[in-house]
Design a protein around this ligand. Structure first.
Ligand SMILES: Cc1cc2nc3c(=O)[nH]c(=O)nc-3n(C[C@H](O)[C@H](O)[C@H](O)COP(=O)(O)OP(=O)(O)OC[C@H]3O[C@@H](n4cnc5c(N)ncnc54)[C@H](O)[C@@H]3O)c2cc1C
Length: 321
């Protein structure tokens, strides 16, 4: 029986939803599951990892692992993967995952599939589905002649299993003999938003050029507050300077797959769809009944945002109370 190592990411002492999805997928394959976490708080998530099937958790607790450094993380993860003897490594296709794991794959001479949206593990056979050409097509991919396989999954694609409250895990501390690093992260300046990052949000309320001006984003924020959602945007409004680039959804922005995506005043250009067409339910609000976004939408409202958004916000407020 093979062994699967899941590289887990966490926030405020809790595993990210995307890591729970990976642990659940690994567990449901019936293979042995181990986890790896890094940073001075890594050990704190071992209990939660065990509840989703990790029998062992490799932790690097050194404070140098609190901030992402590609050289250091590559060394640490390469060592842990070798030590664990895992034949399959699962990680999130997050900004960190997409930067780190191609480096790890090169060190280990491993095969790597990035940005996957479906995953099937059957014994040694691993197949995945990936969007190509900005989501216009999909490819089904598998590995050949790879003793070590690495799969990076997009968040919000896999179900989460029921946690086993009585499970325990064996914590294996690993220390890294850090080489003299060529780069050093001196400081991380956090954005001002307290909201969940777009890539992790379960509900997104997104605005486009049809919002007319930056000040009108307050209508989106009011609806987002009621729904517990994160605000996103099209590139047109980012280019106009109404919002910052970290809110941009699309080919040159973030790829998201929330349960609910509300697109307001967004026409539905292919480059925008590339970043959000994996959303489970899409609601479009647009004055133009022929806007392409309606072809992708589960529900559509033809109307002016200034009429529709305050009414929607009031209705949701009432319904959620
Ligand atoms: C290489 C490349 C990469 C790109 N990457 C991205 C990307 O990552 N993300 C992205 O979004 N775009 C990207 N674009 C740009 C993309 O092609 C579109 O130009 C952009 O998505 C359009 O944004 P929009 O829908 O907000 O604006 P528009 O296309 O101008 O649409 C505005 C919509 O608002 C509607 N509207 C107008 N008034 C109202 C009202 N009062 N109430 C409701 N609706 C109203 C209109 O009917 C219209 O459908 C990229 C383009 C290129 C070439």
């Amino acid at each position: 029986m093979g062994k699967i190592l899941v590289f887990v990411e966490f926030n405020h002492g809790q595993l990210k939803r995307s890591s729970l999805e990976l642990l659940s997928a690994a567990q449901s394959s019936g293979q042995t599951v181990v986890a790896a976490a890094v940073g001075s708080l890594a050990e704190g998530i071992s209990k939660e990892a065990s509840q989703y099937g990790a029998t062992d958790i490799y932790v690097i607790k050194e404070t140098t692992f609190d901030k992402y450094n590609p050289e250091l993380f590559t060394l640490g993860l390469t060592e842990i993967i070798k030590k664990s003897e895992a034949s399959l490594v699962l990680a999130t296709a997050s900004a960190l995952g997409k930067d780190l794991f191609p480096r790890v794959a090169a060190r280990l001479d491993a095969g790597i599939l990035s940005d996957c949206i479906e995953l099937k593990i059957s014994g040694d056979n691993v197949t995945a589905k990936r969007p190509i050409y900005s989501g216009k097509c999909f490819s089904k991919v598998t590995f050949e002649n790879c003793p070590i396989k690495i799969v990076l999954m997009r968040p919000n694609q896999l179900p989460i299993s029921v946690p086993n409250a009585s499970a325990t895990t064996n914590v294996i501390a690993h220390s890294v003999n850090a080489p003299s690093l060529r780069t050093l992260i001196k400081e991380v300046v956090k954005g001002t938003s307290e909201k969940l990052d777009l890539t992790e949000a379960n509900i997104i309320v997104s605005g486009g050029r049809g919002m007319k001006e930056a000040g009108n984003f307050k209508f989106l924020e009011q609806l987002a507050d009621v729904l517990g959602a994160t605000v996103g945007a099209s590139r047109a409004v980012v280019d106009a300077g109404w919002v910052t680039h970290d809110l941009q959804v699309g080919q040159t922005g973030k790829t998201v797959a929330p349960s609910l995506y509300i697109a307001v005043g967004i026409s539905g250009a292919i480059q925008h769809l590339a970043g959000m067409s994996g959303s489970k339910v899409i609601v479009a609000i647009n004055t133009d009944a022929n806007a392409p976004i309606f072809q992708k939408a589960t529900y559509g409202i033809v109307g002016d945002f200034a009429d529709v958004l305050p009414k929607l916000t009031e209705e949701f407020k009432r319904a959620m109370a």
